[in-house]
Design a protein around this ligand. Sequence first.
Ligand code: NAD
Length: 478
Amino acid sequence: MADDEARTATKESADAKQQEPAGGQTGTDQETGDTVTEKQALHEGGTGDGQVTPEAPGSTPAGERAEISNFEIVNHYFNRAAERIGLRDDVAAVLRSAYREVQVQIPVTRTDDRIHVYTGYRVQHNGARGPYKGGVRFHPEVDLDEVRALASLMTWKTAIAGIPYGGAKGGVNCPADELEAHEKEKVARSFMSKIDKVLGPTRDIPAPDVGTNAQTMAWMMDEYGKLHGHTPAIVTGKPISLEGSYGREAATGRGLVYMYREAAAALGIRPSESRFTVQGFGNVGSWASRIMQELGAKLVAASDAFGAVRSDEGLDAEALASHVADGGRLRDFEGGEEISAVELLETECEVFIPAALGGMIHKSNAERLRCKLVVEGANSPTTPAADEILEDRGVFVVPDVMANAGGVVVSYFEWAQNLQHFRWEEREVNEKLGRIMRRAYREVAARAEKDEVPFRLAAYEVGIERVADAARTRGYIS
Ligand code: NAD
C-alpha cells in the first residue's frame, strides 16, 4: 500500500501546533499534510468520561485478565485526581483526550506466502512538557483503546518522574510470539515508514514495550534513517552497538527495585530478608528479579504466558533468565515445581511484582494475594475494584505510573547521550536513575501524606498539576 493511501486511514485530532488549546479545528496538518479532524474531547471506546464499567463479581476467572478496558482504568484515576485538585471540567477534557491518533495498515507477506494485514497505532497524548515519548507494543490484543490508555499513562509518568517529555504510545496487533525474526523486521520497518512523519527527535521518540526489544528499535532507527538520514535519537532502547545506553535494558526492573527499597523502608521490611513473586518474567520481571536477588531478596515464584514455577527455597533468577533466554519454558525450570497462575497469586511473600499485562489483578483474585506490598511493573495491572480491595486489606501499592518509570528515565538519558554523541558509563546511568526514582517516590509520598490519599491518587495529582501548569504557561489552556 502506498504511503498516501495508508495515511487516509489516519485518524487525528490535531491542529498544527504541538498541543492545542481547548476546542479544535478541521484542516490540514502543516507538517504531515494529513487531513485533520475536529478534536474530540471524548472518544469512542471506553466510556470516554472515565466512568468505569463496574466489574461483576466473579466475572473473570482468578487466573485470567479482567476485561475492563485500560482506557477506563487510566481515566478513572485521572478523573478522581482531577476532581481532587479542582481542575476545571473543560481543562480536564483537554488533558484527558489525545492530541493525535494515527492508525495505519501493515500488510506483511509471511512465510506461508500469504499477506497478513495488521493494524498499527501511534497515539500522542500530550506534548505540553516536551516531545512525545512512549513504547511500541507488538501483541495480538493491541487496539486503539489500549494504546490511548498507555499514551495517557506516559503523560503522567514523565511528569511524575520530572523528565522533559510528553506522553505517547504505539502498537501493532501482530502475533509477536509467532513471528519469525524476518517477519517481525517487516512489521517494524513498515510501521516506521508509515508513521515517520509524526515522529522525530524533537517531536516523538518511540521505545520498546511488550513484544519489542533493542533489535526492533534498531530496525526502526534504520528505516527512519533511510528516509531522513542517520538519526540515533529517533528511538531509544537501542542496542549498545547502535548508540544505545548502558543500563537501558535493565532500567525498568532496576527502577522498580529503587521504588521497592523506599517502600520497604517505610513499611519496616528488610529487602535482604524479603521474599518476592513475579508475574510476567519478561524484560521487566526478569531484570527486577535479578536486581532484587542482588539485595539478598528471595524469588519464590515466577510466571510467564505459558506457566508458573515456585520454590520456597528460592529460584535462582540469573539461572531462570538464562533458561528462558535459551528458549526454555519457565514451567520446565529444574530449580522449582510447576504451579498454576492462581497458585502464583497465592504464594506467600512480602512483595508481589506484576510485570505482565494490564488487568491481571481484579475483583476475582485481589483477595488471594498474600503479600504486604505490590510494586507495579506492568502498566495498569490492577483494576480499580482490585485497588480498593487491596487498600481495605492494608496491602500497600506502589503504582505503575511511578514504579515502572525507570525505563523512560533511562530512555531520556539515552536520548540526551545521542543528542550529545557522548556515552555515559553504566554506573553514572544507574546512579542518576536512582536519584530520579527516589525523588519521585519522596515527592509522591509527601503528597500522599499531606492529602491523606493512597499513592496512586497522589501520583496522579502531582502529574496532572505539572502537565496543567506547563500547558497553561505555554498558553494552551487558560
Ligand atoms: P516482555 O514482552 O519482555 O515480557 C512480558 C512477560 O509477560 C512475558 O514473559 C510474557 O510471557 C508474560 N505474560 C504475558 N501474559 C501473561 C500472563 N497471562 N500471565 C503471566 N505472564 C504473562 O514485556 P516487558 O517489556 O517486560 O513489559 C512487561 C510490562 O511492563 C508491560 O505491561 C509493559 O507495558 C510494562 N513496562 C515495560 C517497560 C519496558 O521498559 N520494557 C517500561 C514500563 C512498563
